[in-house]
Every structure is written in structure tokens, then in C-alpha cells.
Design a protein around this ligand. Structure first.
Ligand code: 2DT
Ligand code: MG
Length: 216
């Protein structure tokens, strides 16, 4: 007799400029999916709770210095140490909404002088490939209301502009990835509604194909 294949979870990454509300949306979307009956959990990178994450956290808070190369590799290692968690979760039928991923990794390091896109992508090649990358843009109004960034490394307007340019280059490199743009112009709950709407079609599709490998 026929047996129904277990439907795997959907792997969704949310990327975008600082201050677009990525973290809030990741948490709200996860709750929304759960309440609509889709098993779902959230993740974020960097995951500062691991040993490697602790080194990254200290670097971001400017409490320690690391060479640009070594911190790039630590960010990547932080994803690799959670690779099994990602694949096991998806295989069990639970979707993942992830706050930043390898795209941030490449965009931030390649914004520093002397780093090629190719070198930056190397360490993340082969990681689980997201089914969908939601890219949040800040409306003019939102960007202006957040003129003063925090005190962590990278939170400078000029650097952020460079990062935004690099995100565009990264998506141009690999046309097999699905990116969806969304400009944040409404309140938090309305944005969650919109993003849920974008995901719903994918969630209801028959995800029989295996999780892919990134940039391979
Ligand atoms: P949060 O503010 O989202 O915690 O990010 N970053 C992030 C990198 O430079 N490389 C990476 O691989 C990742 C995932 C982006 C903290 C900062 O870390 C940067 C902002
Ligand atoms: Mg931040």
C-alpha cells in the first residue's frame, strides 16, 4: 500500500539592511506559522550562544580584535556547527525561519577592502541551501528615522551602504536561489501579514525535493 512521504520543512532566510526589523519579523513569523498549524522554529546567525558565537559576540562588541579573515571563518564555522540542526529540523517536517545566513557573511566581509566575492563565498559552499531568501529593504522614511546606529562594529552608514551593494552582487552570482524583495513601509503586524502571505504558497507546495547545497 502507498505511504505518504513526510513533507520536509521549508528553509527561509531573512536578510536585509540593519534596522528593517529582521529579528522582530523572524520571531513574529515563526509564531504566526505555528498558530496557523505549520511546525516552525527560528534560528539566527551569528548564534552567539555557542563557544564560537561567544568569540564573534566579543568581536562585534569591540571587546576583542580578530583579523578580518579569521572572523570571517568563525562566522562560517558558526553556521557549520549548526548544520546538522538545520538539516534534522527540516527533515522532521519543521520549517525554519532564519535571521541572517551566509549572504550576510559574504556581504559584510566583501565590503572590507581587499576581499573578493569568490574568497568570501568559499567557506560557506555546501551549507544547506535556503528555499527562499526574503530580502527586507528599508523605506526612505524608516532609514531616516534610524540615523543613529548602535555601538557594535559595522553599524556605520557608509559601511551599510557598501553592504547593500554587495548583497546585490551576491544575488546576481547565483540565479538558482529564490530571492524575494520586500520594502518595509507599514507597521510590524502588517509586515508580518505580508511576509506570511509570501510564504504561504511555498508552505503549501509539495516539498519533495531534498534540501539543496549552497553555491555548489
Ligand atoms: P546581528 O545584529 O543580526 O546580531 O548581526 N555578520 C553576520 C557578519 O559580518 N557575518 C556573518 O556571517 C553574519 C551572520 C552582520 C551582527 C553583525 O554581524 C554581521 C551584523
Ligand atoms: Mg544588529
Amino acid at each position: 500500500f502507498e505511504r505518504m512521504a513526510l513533507k520536509r520543512g521549508l528553509f527561509v532566510v531573512i536578510e536585509g539592511a540593519d534596522g528593517t526589523g529582521k529579528s522582530t519579523q523572524v520571531l513574529n513569523l515563526t509564531k504566526r506559522l505555528q498558530s496557523e498549524g505549520y511546525p516552525c522554529s527560528s534560528m539566527r546567525f551569528p548564534d552567539r550562544s555557542t563557544q564560537i558565537g561567544g568569540m564573534i559576540d566579543s568581536y562585534l562588541q569591540c571587546k576583542s580584535n580578530l583579523s578580518d579573515e579569521s572572523v570571517h571563518l568563525l562566522f562560517s564555522a558558526n553556521r557549520w556547527e549548526l548544520k546538522n540542526q538545520i538539516t534534522n529540523t527540516l527533515a522532521s517536517g519543521t520549517s525554519i525561519i532564519c535571521d541572517r545566513y551566509a549572504f550576510s557573511g559574504v556581504a559584510y566581509t566583501s565590503s572590507k577592502p581587499g576581499f573578493s566575492l569568490c574568497w568570501c563565498m568559499g567557506p560557506d559552499r555546501g551549507l544547506p541551501k535556503p528555499d527562499l531568501v526574503l530580502y527586507l529593504h528599508a523605506s526612505e522614511k524608516l532609514a531616516q528615522s534610524r540615523s543613529n546606529y548602535g555601538t557594535e562594529r559595522y553599524e556605520k552608514r557608509e559601511f551599510q551602504n557598501k553592504v547593500a551593494e554587495m548583497f546585490e552582487e551576491i544575488r546576481a552570482v547565483d540565479k538558482t536561489l529564490t530571492w524575494t524583495d520586500y520594502t518595509v513601509e507599514r507597521g510590524i503586524d502588517e509586515v508580518t501579514d505580508d511576509l506570511f502571505g509570501i510564504l504561504q504558497k511555498e508552505l503549501n507546495s509539495n516539498l519533495v525535493k531534498e534540501v539543496g547545497k549552497l553555491w555548489m
